[in-house]
Design a protein around this ligand. Structure first.
Ligand code: HEC
Length: 113
């Protein structure tokens, strides 16, 4: 019986490792959503991540599923990055506050919302 179960266990472990590795590889392409979540802590003073309800700024749940940003531009990485860099209308400019890597991470995180 053990001889039958062991290979199945190994196969399951390999599959799990594969899924995990594949997931991380995808995120590493641009940013790391898990790290971005930590970076987002400084945004969450003003932005809800779990709803679209307004705090200081608009709630960002489903941001990348929307067609347009409040400024009328299409929701894509470049336009979201531009907002993060420039801020405005009550949002601080993060151009020199966050590193490029932190911006990639936070954008990767926003895509998961
Ligand atoms: C002090 C409050 C404050 C902080 C901190 C803040 N924001 Fe904002 N944010 C705002 C406000 C206010 C707006 C709306 C600006 C406007 O209407 O032009 C906004 C707008 C946005 C938008 C555009 C949303 C849309 O639908 O058009 C994004 C994306 C965004 N913020 C991301 C972030 C990220 C990422 C961070 C952290 C790195 C952050 N914000 C930190 C206040 C803040």
């Amino acid at each position: 019986m053990m001889k039958m179960i062991a290979p199945v266990g190994i196969a399951a472990a390999l599959l799990a490792a594969n899924l995990l590795f594949g997931f991380q590889k995808d995120d590493a392409a641009k940013g790391d959503a898990a790290k971005g979540k930590e970076t987002f802590e400084q945004c969450s003073v003003c932005h809800n991540a779990d709803s679209t309800e307004k705090k200081m700024g608009p709630g960002l749940k489903g941001l990348f599923k929307h067609e347009k940003l409040t400024n009328g531009k299409p929701v894509n990485e470049a336009n979201v990055r531009a907002i993060i860099n420039a801020g405005g209308n009550g949002m601080p400019a993060y151009e020199s506050i966050l590193s490029d890597e932190e911006k990639n991470d936070v954008i990767a995180y926003l895509k998961t919302l």
